[in-house]
Design a protein around this ligand. Structure first.
Ligand SMILES: Nc1ncnc2c1ncn2[C@@H]1O[C@H](COP(=O)(O)OP(=O)(O)OP(=O)(O)O)[C@@H](O)[C@H]1O
Ligand SMILES: [Mg+2]
Length: 325
């Protein structure tokens, strides 16, 4: 593993997940790794867009050439053009002696990862479109075009189509980028992967922090499975690092708001749709068990959560032979 900024360190082996969505993503990624077509990766923050881009690069015949990541949202807009395409010596006052080699040229033979493409200012998008269409770059201050061979992978956590409809992103550039669209699912869309991700990160973090593998209590486990994870894998990874630091305790509270149970006591984890394909009596049993799991012997809390009286709760527990012991 190299620390060079020009090297991609992730491979498909680093993409952890058994859900159909992830398996499909990996399969597609491998299929198109050697294609020259532009990829547009869309996904919420922390879903693994950069990991996927690097994995695709490392699976392709470009893997021994540079992987250059450019954060389009972080470069001042007046510098984007010279950053991407370079400039000749004397192109403008304050320019470097010998000029400047742009990222596209540095990436030649390899991959350029245009991160946060949705944040690229409108007036800079024209130049990018031209390069994508023509396949060569021209340094600022030069009129000699240089042919380049660079795979372009763009990524954004914005809905680019919507940005187009609001006139914040050029429609022609959108279609030019969106030749191979790839959408990374959120973590809450693939809760069945959370379990192996926990295991994966616990091992990595315990190793990194030189700490023992902590035991995760059932209640915490329940919260991890049911939490919404707005920050996706990055948030989960950092949460696990916190737990490992505190030997299984946590100093970060996960607020589980909804009433949907994604955790089944007997089977550990079930898919949501499977969970609801059952009789209403079974559903009642599941709801009571889930509350017992969460609130222990606290009859008041359980009945309040279920929206029934304590008496009704006792009757139902009797009917289904559920005890709170
Ligand atoms: N499938 C995965 N398996 C294991 N770890 C993953 C996976 N996807 C992402 N990660 C981890 O999650 C973190 C975030 O990934 P990455 O930086 O690729 O997300 P991103 O989508 O680019 O986020 P942002 O939109 O905030 O830039 C990384 O530390 C990476 O190691
Ligand atoms: Mg990113």
């Amino acid at each position: 593993m190299s620390n060079s900024i020009y090297t991609a360190r992730y491979t498909f082996k680093d993409i952890i997940g058994k859900s159909n969505a992830i398996k499909k993503l990996i399969k597609r990624g491998k299929e198109i790794a050697n294609s020259p077509s532009t990829i547009l990766i869309q996904g919420e923050s922390g879903t693994g867009k950069e990991v996927l881009a690097q994995a695709i690069h490392n699976y392709s015949h470009r893997k021994n050439y540079p992987f250059i990541a450019v954060n389009c949202g972080a470069i001042p807009s007046n510098l984007i053009e010279s950053e991407l395409f370079g400039y000749e010596e004397g192109a403008f006052t304050g320019g470097k002696r010998g000029g400047h080699v742009g990222k596209f040229q540095v990436a030649n033979g390899g991959t350029i990862f245009l991160d946060e493409i949705g944040d690229m200012p409108l007036d800079m998008q024209v130049g990018l479109l031209r390069v994508l269409q023509e396949g060569y770059i021209t340094r600022i201050g030069s009129n000699v075009p240089t042919a380049i061979s660079v795979r372009v992978i763009a990524a954004t956590n914005k809905d680019l189509k919507e940005e187009v409809s609001k006139n914040r992103f050029r429609e022609d550039l959108y279609y030019r980028l969106n030749v191979i669209p790839m959408r990374i699912p959120t973590l809450r869309e693939r809760r069945e992967d959370i379990k192996i991700l926990i295991k994966h990160f616990i091992k990595i973090k315990a190793n990194k922090l030189d700490k023992p593998i902590p035991k995760i209590e059932e209640k915490m486990y329940y919260d991890i499975i049911n939490y919404e994870w707005p920050g996706n894998i990055r948030e989960l990874e950092n949460y696990i690092e916190n737990i490992v630091n505190f030997n299984g305790e946590s100093t970060i509270e996960l607020k589980v708001e909804n009433n949907q149970y994604h955790y089944d006591i007997e089977k550990n984890i079930v898919k949501e749709d499977e969970m609801y394909v059952c009789s209403l009596e079974q559903l009642e049993i599941k709801a009571i068990l889930a509350c017992k799991h969460k609130y222990g012997k606290n009859v008041s809390k359980i009945s309040r959560k279920l929206g029934i009286s304590r008496n009704t709760l006792y009757n139902k527990m009797k009917k289904y032979s559920i005890s709170l012991e």
